[in-house]
Design a protein around this ligand. Structure first.
Ligand SMILES: Nc1ncnc2c1ncn2[C@@H]1O[C@H](COP(=O)(O)OP(=O)(O)OP(=O)(O)O)[C@@H](O)[C@H]1O
Length: 233
């Protein structure tokens, strides 16, 4: 579970994130929408302990990420817009390496099962990642989450630049993760996927979470209207 408690970040005078209170429970996919500079990545980076909060706390499974960064990282997998993998290593080798960083060791056929569960085509398991499409690289990230039995997924625009089919496949993986109780926080610009895949939607503007509602409570049209209204004001 993810929890922000009066979490804020100020750079010099600039409030990148105004005090945020937010909970993402197991089995929820919280989609964070907002214009460029709204504070979405800042929120995710605070949960990753990449940056220090100015006030408040980011908690993962009730543990403060600032005071227990290593422990909280065990529970989570982070997939940014461009997942950094080693291009000269194969998918299996990359997965092995990143599992190793979490002190996890698997046999080759176990790694292959995780890649298959993440939807990667078998022909590519032993090919260098330099030959992978962006969607295939993102699947290696999901395979890592599956291998780690991650309880939390932090995603920063993971589908930007993916073609509609790859984006759809990624959404299906997120739904699978949801079904096994993973809590997901995703920054995205994709209104359609937020409505389609998310369980909860937040709209941010200038560092502030202006809206927080259940995806089932809005139609796609009303979501778009609401989003544009906030951006125009
Ligand atoms: N290291 C930094 N120093 C100063 N200001 C920063 C720093 N990092 C981010 N900011 C500012 O914080 C604000 C929020 O940025 P953030 O990256 O969280 O936005 P975002 O919603 O993720 O945008 P995008 O959709 O472009 O990714 C912006 O005004 C940005 O300029």
């Amino acid at each position: 579970m993810l929890e922000a408690v009066n979490l804020s970040k100020t750079y010099q005078q600039h409030e990148a994130l105004k005090p945020l209170n937010l909970t993402v429970k197991p089995g929820e996919i919280f989609c964070l929408l907002g214009a460029n500079g709204a504070g979405k990545s800042t929120t995710i980076n605070l949960f990753l302990n990449f940056i220090e909060p100015t006030s408040g706390k980011a908690l993962i499974n009730g543990i403060d990420v600032a005071s227990s960064p290593l422990e909280t990282k065990k529970f989570l997998t982070y997939i940014p817009e461009n997942l950094m993998l080693y291009p000269m290593l194969t998918g299996v080798e990359n997965l092995d390496f990143f599992c190793g960083l979490s002190s996890l060791q698997f046999k080759r056929d176990e790694l292959a099962v995780y890649l298959a569960q993440a939807g990667l085509q078998e022909d590519f398991f032993n090919q260098r990642v330099s030959t992978y499409s962006k969607g295939m690289r993102q699947k290696v990230g999901i395979a890592l989450a599956i291998a780690k039995k991650a309880q939390v997924l932090l995603l920063d625009e993971p589908t930007s630049g993916l073609d509609p089919k790859a984006s759809n496949e990624f959404s299906e993986l997120l739904i699978k993760m949801k079904e096994i109780g993973v809590a997901t926080l995703m920054a995205t610009h994709d209104l359609f996927r937020s409505k389609d895949t998310g369980t909860h939607i937040g709209i941010m503007k200038q560092g502030q979470l202006l809206e927080n509602f259940e995806a089932a409570d809005v139609s796609f049209d009303s979501l778009e209207k609401l989003y544009l209204q906030h951006m125009h004001n």
